[in-house]
Design a protein around this ligand. Sequence first.
Ligand code: ASP
Length: 438
Amino acid sequence: MEIKVLKFGGSSLADSNQFKKVAAIIKSKDSRRYIIASAPGKRDSGDQKITDLLYESYILSQKNEDIDEIFKKIEDRFNRIIEELELDFSLKDEFKKIKSSIYNHIGMDYILSRGEYLNSMILAKYLGYDFIDAEKRILFSEDGTLDRQNTDLVLGELLKKHKRAVIPGFYGSMSDGTIKTFSRGGSDITGSIVARAVEADVYENWTDVSGMLMADPRCVEEPKVIDLITYKELRELSYMGATIMHEEAIFPVKQSGIPINIRNTNLPEDKGTMIVAKARSENTDRIITGIAGRTGFTTIHIEKDMMNQEVGFGRKVLKILENHSIPFEHIPTGIDTMSIIVNSNLMVDNKEVIKNEICKTVNPDIIDIEDGLAMIAVVGRGMVEEKGTAMKVFSSINKASINVKMIDQGSSEINIIIGVDEKDYILALRTIYSEFVE
Ligand code: ASP
């Protein structure tokens, strides 16, 4: 029998009305068996997420201040959902336990995790599914990273015994039983872990958008939705800031080749975006899958005659950056030139020091450190087969009179990265988008 794992984000479970939509989605297919729930999110832009309220109560308790008012808000949110869904069910004892844990300064992760815990209990009750706590099932190693092997084993074995279950997202526990959360938005990771443990056919990630867009809608007007994207393409785009879910959520399912389907709880008939392990390059009617970019890069440009013959030149320069804990983003090189692109935030106070150290160590003819670079990644598996894509990118931005400051094509040929001045960033994005997308 087909198995689908579904994760619903905070906005999908923000109130009773959203719960009803979620239940209708789940019940519409028999294969939708394992459900991961987030804590209730914002109902409107002025609202607060339950996780944020829990965090506030934790902070207040740390200062030994009263948490009654804030905790009442949390209780009211859950009670209202229960009431409006007409459930014969009370969380009174749970509230009491959590509140006293906050007063007793039980760890922050435990408190933050309670939004998912309580919401999953309600959802399980509403659906008539089993509630399976993530505590002692999603396991963390001593270094705080996920203990993949044991989690797969424990969770896989347990879920075999439950045909249908709701599992809270966002947290698990350490070997001593202490609750530990992932970073914010971590329910996406739980969904991926569960999908792998039950060897799901698909991991459906339900949110409030109809999939991943081909470009940032703040820069490009009404960009199209990406129907199909590979994990690799997604990685390239999310490096440039185009995120649709928690970055780490890809890894558990990627290993088992389970596809992820991003769906919209408010428009369930939309097909959304499929994220897959492999897709043939001809399996797309578009050359590019998406475009994303970021501002805030600095270029360290170095020139020296006969640089290409100087063994260890690059290593010595990179060592200086390493000593300042600065990772590099890109290193486009020429015969006698080398440019290193780094995040400007990491070079705010140490520009002169680094410049001097490079001068002393490798004695360049020219060294120039320049801020204000934006990078744009044009990503698409369709580019592998198609000739002339780079030319199309460059001629379009040339027509828009934009100066290209850097070019880098990844060895996998699925991306072209170009650097432009920050002032040209949005125009460059729009120009490239309209060149490739009608
Ligand atoms: N509730 C948590 C957060 O707001 C985790 C999640 O929603 O995935 O970050």
